[in-house]
Ligand binder design. Structure first.
Ligand code: SAM
Length: 296
């Protein structure tokens, strides 16, 4: 059950428990943006973003996408692999199992909070090192790694070209790059009505690089990578409650009402319609990702 209280235009939306609710109180513009992923430690929405990584990883299709991206690197025992933007460290851990104890994973993330969390989750990983380091300035020599793995790092950066070049600098000739990223123009959401259209537009605006997924093959070509192949991937979610752990609809709708892009009534009835659709088994959300593999 969720409750809605409205008081003129002074209100705030919250996520209470698992549900999105609109409650009465005064709240300023939240200015929600996925750019926050480039500086999680300082961001007011840091906890939401950090938890959203777990929410995503709990979806079986997401874990399969990650496993395919890792398999595609065709790693061998003894390989030394870079993961940039490793978050809580699940992928690094999986890669560590493949390269074995004579191999190693250097898993870097610019966020101290996520690296600390990865260290807590995987305290006994002998062959996985978690370090706070920016992918813009990687403290490893040229031609050092056998391969690199990135999952949804470039989506958050305007300088994705330079960042990718810096990552590739550290990969050996013939080393493999595996990059997975999302394409927010591909989002399908049902029920689909005028409010859904507006909210989807707002979500797309909140990505720094909304179309990075479809741009990846071109990015690989620009960096002179060879043997490029692309795996189209799809995440499907049939429960609005789960999607609300990935997109903070409360804050998104809050911002839109402040910007006069949505009325309070429209916001409330949209949330209502999403929960009803979930209960009736009609709710549907999909987003396309692309995993692109190439060789240096
Ligand atoms: C969308 S999350 C994805 C995390 C992880 N790859 C996963 O699949 O769950 C993006 C991650 O990239 C990290 N990140 C953002 N900017 C970075 C940078 N310049 N260098 C290294 N990591 C960065 C963030 O802190 C965050 O953990």
């Amino acid at each position: 059950m969720w409750l809605i209280y409205i008081y003129n235009r002074n209100y705030c939306c919250n996520i209470i428990g698992d549900n999105v609710t609109l409650i009465m109180s005064v709240q300023s513009l939240n200015n929600f943006h996925f750019k926050s992923f480039d500086n999680l430690d300082e961001d007011k929405d840091a906890d939401f973003f950090i938890n959203s990584m777990d929410a995503l990883e709990s979806i079986p299709s997401v874990r399969s996408i990650k496993d395919r991206a890792i398999d595609a690197m065709n790693l061998q025992i003894g390989d030394i692999v870079l993961e940039a933007g490793c978050g809580h460290g699940r992928d690094a851990q999986e890669i560590g199992k493949i390269v074995g104890n004579i191999g190693r994973v250097e898993a870097i993330d610019v966020s101290l909070k996520t690296i600390n969390e990865a260290k807590v989750r995987y305290p006994n990983s002998n062959n996985v090192n978690f370090s706070v380091m920016s992918a813009n300035d990687i403290k490893f020599a040229n031609n050092y790694f056998s391969a690199c793995h990135l999952d949804r790092l470039l989506v958050g950066h305007n300088n994705y070209d330079n960042m990718f070049a810096e990552i590739l600098r550290t990969i050996k000739p013939k080393g493999i790059a595996s990059v997975t990223d999302v394409d927010s123009l591909s989002i399908v959401m049902y029920p689909f009505n005028e409010s859904t259209k507006k909210i989807l537009k707002q979500i797309q605006r909140s990505f720094v690089n909304p179309f990075i997924g479809r741009m990846l093959p071109e990015l690989f070509i620009k960096q002179n990578l060879k043997n490029i192949h692309t795996l189209p991937e799809l995440i499907t979610i049939e429960d609005f409650t789960i999607l609300s752990k990935i997109f903070p609809f409360s804050n998104i709708i809050n911002d839109m009402i402040h910007n006069d892009e949505l009325t309070v009534t429209e916001g409330n009835s949209w949330i209502d319609s999403m929960y009803k659709a979930t209960n009736d088994g009609r709710f549907l959300y999909c987003i396309t990702l692309f995993t692109v593999i190439g060789q240096k």
